[in-house]
Every structure is written in C-alpha cells, then in structure tokens.
Design a protein around this ligand. Structure first.
Ligand SMILES: *Cc1c(COP(=O)(O)O)cnc(C)c1O
Length: 400
C-alpha cells in the first residue's frame, strides 16, 4: 500500500540545504505518508511511531474523523476573521469548557501563543503592581520571547538577553522555595502539571495542591501549561484531573486539533473578562478549520473511548519498561502517566534513538539522557509490545 515517492530523501535534503534555515537538527529521512501509528519515508520504509508529530498526533497520523471534518470545512469556509461569529468556534469552546473547569476559551495557533496570552491575562487581571510570574526549573513554555523568559532553562536564554523581566524561577516540586519567592509583586504561578520537555517529570505528591493553596492564600492566579500533558495524553482529559487540583487558567496546543495547528487558553469566566477587546488577538485563532478539527478530535476520543485506551496502553508500557529497568543497569528510572512516558538512562540516549530508527521505531530523547515516548492514545496493545520489544533489545545492547 505504501508507495515510495518519486523524489528520494537525498534530493529533498539537498533542497533544504540551499533554501531552508537549518535551525532544527533533522534525521536524514524524508517522511511522505502516515496512517495511525505508522509513517513511511520516501524510500518506502515503514516506521512504528512512538513520537508521532512531537506529541501533536495523539490520535495517530491522519485520524479519519479529523480528516473528514477538515475536508468538509475546507470546501465550505476556510477562514473568516474574529470580527464575525462562526458556529464551530463556539461549539469547540463549549466542548473544551465542559471537559475542564467550566471557563471560557481564547483561541490561537500554538503553545507559545497560548502561554503569551496567559502571561498577558495574568498581568491584566491582577492589580497593576503585580507582574511577576513564578515558573519552574526544567519547564518548557515555548519559543517566543515571553515564553522563552518563562522557560526556566538557561540553555534557551543564551544570547537573547535582555529577557522580559518578571519571571521568578523555583525548583520543580519545591513548595518552600515558592512560598519564599512570593511577594507583593507576584501575579501568578505557571507550571506544567507534568513536565514534558524537561524529562517527563511527575509532580511530587501534594505539589500541585500546595501550589493551589499558596495561590489562594496570596491571591495569585494558578496557570497550568497543558500544551503537552493535556487533551487525553495522561488518560484524563487534562493532566491536572489526575491530581484533584483545578487551575484558574490553562493553556493547550499540540494535540488539540488532531494534528492540525491550533492552540487555546481556557480561563475562569471572571478572569477571562480581563482579556478585553483590543488588548489581545490572534488573526487565525479559532479559525473554522482548526475548530472543526478540534471538535472532531474531542468526539473521536469520546466515541472510541480513547481515555481508557491511553490508561490501558500506558499500563503495558509501565510493565514492560519497569521489567527492563529491573534487568538493565543503565535504566535509572521509568516514569509513566497514560501515554506520557520517560525512561531515564545512566548514559546519553542519542545512540539508542538512532539504533531504534535503524530498526524502524521512532522515539525521542530529551535532556540528553531521558528517552521520551509520546505515542498515540489509540495505539494497540500489540503495537505497544512490538515497540517495547525493539526498544528493550536496543537498550540492552547499549548496556554492554
Ligand atoms: C511544545 C510546548 C510548548 C510550545 O508549543 P508550540 O506549539 O511549539 O509553541 C509550550 N509548552 C509546553 C509544555 C510544550 O510541551
């Protein structure tokens, strides 16, 4: 079924060398087609994808209900500005609100944009003297200048200074540090309930509840960046729902539209009112294509009971990877919540990623030593086991 493209990977790479800014590290492979948890390259090789779309393809490649909704919409109305009403945008907001904390939505196109909106909203909503936002070491909030300043990792700041003022960094999990850094100028605390890029770091017991308490006591806004952890990835609609804590503001993107670009901010209605007309906007935000894709993605998760599948498949990964950890001394720690999976190694992971690619399994490595898997939530148990077979073999070979 997979037909090789007429243009081979080498030719495509040659065009990139001349015309595309080399700001990404790319593998020398050109991908041409995807279906479910498989992708094909220009040479016709098939790969099992445990990192589909860098976390964006949570429903697998080209999920049928999303493809159908987008096809219909693109032939009907592609884009109108936010000076008009469209039915899909309202419906999309309603579905997201009903599945989270009953707030209102602002739509944009990416995670960084959603976080920029959250930063502006936090400053707009709180009294004028309050502008500081507490964020956490190992966090990742995006690549725009505000989101980069929010990201408490020096390597992402190099050469960019002076950064936007007002971010205060604390160690992830350290409530005492947060309590100490709150002052009369603090507006908000912004945190990923589960850190993604930072290495799939689960919050220590009581951490998120402790942040909620500190926010309430000090009249701060609690912002959850669920760009990576949200939308069903952890087996709940949003990661915070695993921890019995509710934010005031939440940001979403990545998987939000089944692989189509889209982002959103949700905020409690009384807070949302502070994002007044004229103070913030996104030209393409909430466009009919993204909205229809977003609605289709939600319906697919409901119809196919994919939250339950994420939990079931996550349990397979946990069992297989904990067995690997017990057998293999280079596996230091295994962290799993639904289909958000980190494997911390005692060695650099790049060689393992390459060896997996050679065996047609796609995975990621973050922070040098953490293998990161963000498989589709409709992955089958069989596919999970197949990939774990390959991964276990490769890791054991690298332990010698
Ligand atoms: C990927 C990511 C972002 C940035 O999203 P973009 O769509 O690339 O701007 C922000 N926050 C978290 C937690 C992410 O994982």
């Amino acid at each position: 079924m997979a037909t090789a493209s007429t243009t081979k990977s080498a030719e495509v790479i040659d065009t990139f060398k001349r015309y595309v800014i080399p700001n990404y590290v790319r593998y020398p492979v050109c991908l041409v087609r995807g279906e479910g948890s498989y992708v094909w390259d220009a040479e016709g090789n098939r790969y099992l994808d445990f990192f589909p779309g860098w976390g964006c393809n949570l429903l697998g490649h080209c999920p049928e209900p999303v493809v159908k909704a987008v096809r219909e919409q693109v032939a009907t109305l592609i884009h109108v500005p936010n000076t008009w009403y469209t039915e899909p945008q309202g419906q999309w907001a309603k579905l997201l609100s009903e599945r989270s904390f009953g707030g209102q939505a602002f739509f944009c196109n990416s995670g960084a944009e959603a976080n920029e909106a959250a930063i502006k909203l936090a400053r707009l909503h709180t009294p004028k003297e309050r502008y500081k936002i507490i964020t956490f070491e190992g966090s990742f909030h995006g690549r725009t200048l505000g989101a980069t300043a929010a990201t408490a990792q020096p390597k992402y700041h190099e050469g960019l200074g002076p950064l936007m003022a007002g971010f205060v960094y604390c160690p992830f999990g350290d409530l005492d540090a947060v309590a100490k850094r709150i002052d009369s100028e603090t507006a908000a605390i912004m945190v990923e309930p589960v850190q993604g890029e930072g290495g799939i770091n689960l919050p220590p017991d009581g951490f998120l509840a402790g942040l909620r308490k500190l926010a309430d006591e000090n009249e701060l806004l609690l912002i959850f960046d669920e760009v990576q952890s949200g939308f069903g990835r952890t087996g709940k609609w949003f990661a915070y729902q695993n921890y019995d804590v509710t934010p005031d503001i939440m940001t979403l993107a990545k998987a939000l539209c089944g692989g189509i670009a889209g982002g959103a901010l949700l905020a409690r209605a009384d807070i949302a009112a502070s994002l007044r007309p004229g103070m913030h906007a996104a030209t393409f935000g909430g466009n009919p294509i993204a909205a229809r894709a977003g609605i289709a993605a939600i319906e697919m998760i409901d119809d196919e009971r994919l939250l339950a599948n994420a939990v079931a498949v996550g349990a397979v990964f946990r069992r297989r990877l904990e067995a690997l950890r017990d057998e293999c001394h280079i596996v230091r720690d295994v962290r799993v919540l639904g289909v958000m999976i980190g494997i911390e190694l005692a060695i650099e992971g790049a060689g393992i990623v390459q060896a997996c690619i050679d065996r047609k399994l796609l995975i990621n490595c973050t922070h040098g030593t953490v293998l990161r898997l963000l498989p589709a939530m409709n992955l089958s148990v069989e596919q999970a086991n197949l990939g774990c077979d390959i991964l276990s073999e490769v890791v054991k070979e690298h332990a010698q």
